[in-house]
Design a protein around this ligand. Structure first.
Ligand code: ZN
Length: 329
């Protein structure tokens, strides 16, 4: 039993309209599902991804418009990286970010791969990474960019590449990754003078990397503000293995939720010892379970148990408005 890599990353926005402009219009991801947070139906839950939001390509947001700006903390995902096909694509993206007025750093090298750091409209740290370097035909299959995206499919983002976790110390998290979750340590690096370690799971490579950075100077807290990541989810293929994963986590002494039916996938959540909220989610049934693939994300989708309350839920949601020329702060 092996995890299949990253499933999705869920972050927080306080500006749904600006968020759609950044991730759909500028980054060219498809808004594959517009639904509500099942635990707080006054908030949108927006899912972006490839042509159908295949697992491993999804970046999702809770829209909490009263959230303050995110304060960097230990025990959190500090950077989310997207994969693009080649160094030329990374260089093309640098120009696109400039054209859209998006703040970014210089192209860097990490493990022989070109990495372009940038921030979203609420200061969230993101990266674009060349997923072809060191590619030996292994790894997580890339997603399929949406052909109606404003970005050419040959340059487009084709999924999550990895996440970086900020931790007060590497040891406890590294132990759970390696001993419970089946990750392998593949390298060490340094970021901003901090010690870092690289882990991968399942097929490894792009789509399966978790990087740990030791930042003992950061405080640990659990409040995710706008521009912060709420949790990161990992893939398991089916319900049978999902249940087995839950049992393994319980046996390891981790405090795991019951299996929750998120309608588009099944989930369990637990906090790893460094403080980061982890989820394990099934690959299916996916986003075409309640909408035709041609029309994903066009209207508000509700799971069956919320459908009877649609009128009230819709009345409480702020409409998402088109935004022009305001994708950066
Ligand atoms: Zn999730």
């Amino acid at each position: 039993m092996e995890l299949g890599g990253l499933h999705h990353v869920t972050a927080v926005t306080a500006d749904a309209s600006g968020n759609v402009a950044f991730y759909k219009d500028m980054l060219g991801l498809r808004l594959v599902k517009k639904t509500v947070n099942q635990d707080d139906v006054s908030a949108y839950h927006l899912f972006y991804g490839d042509e159908v939001g295949h697992p491993g390509t999804e970046m999702t947001f809770f829209d909490w418009d009263s959230a303050g700006p995110h304060a960097p903390a230990a025990g959190m995902v500090s950077v989310t990286a997207f994969r693009v096909p080649g160094r030329e694509a990374v260089e093309w993206w640098e120009k696109r970010l400039d054209e859209w007025g998006v703040a970014h750093g210089e192209i860097q090298e990490r493990e022989g791969k070109a990495v372009l750091p940038f921030t979203d409209s609420e200061g969230q740290r993101l990266e674009l990474v060349d997923d072809t370097a060191n590619d030996e035909g292994q790894g997580v299959s890339p997603g399929v960019p949406w052909e109606k995206s404003p970005v050419d499919v040959g340059l487009a983002i084709r999924g999550l590449e990895g996440v970086t976790l900020a931790l007060r110390s590497l040891g406890p998290t590294a132990d759970v990754l390696a001993e419970v979750m089946g990750f392998r340590k593949t390298g060490e690096y340094s970021e901003g003078g901090h010690r870092g370690a690289i882990f991968e799971v399942g097929p490894g490579g792009p789509g399966a990397e978790v990087r740990l950075v030791e930042q003992p100077d950061l405080l640990r807290h659990r409040v995710t503000g706008a521009g912060g990541v709420h949790h990161v989810a990992f893939r398991t293929p089916d319900e049978e293995e999902h249940v087995a994963w839950r049992e393994r986590l319980v046996e390891a002494g981790l405090n795991v939720t019951p299996v929750i039916d998120r309608y588009y996938f099944r989930s369990v959540y637990f906090r790893e010892p460094g403080g980061v909220l982890f989820e394990i989610a099934t690959d299916g049934p996916g986003f075409t379970t309640d909408e035709d693939s041609e029309h994903l994300g066009e209207k508000l989708s509700l799971p069956p148990f919320l459908e009877p309350h649609r009128e009230q839920i819709e009345a409480n949601l702020k409409p998402i408005q088109p935004v022009k020329g305001r994708v950066s702060r």
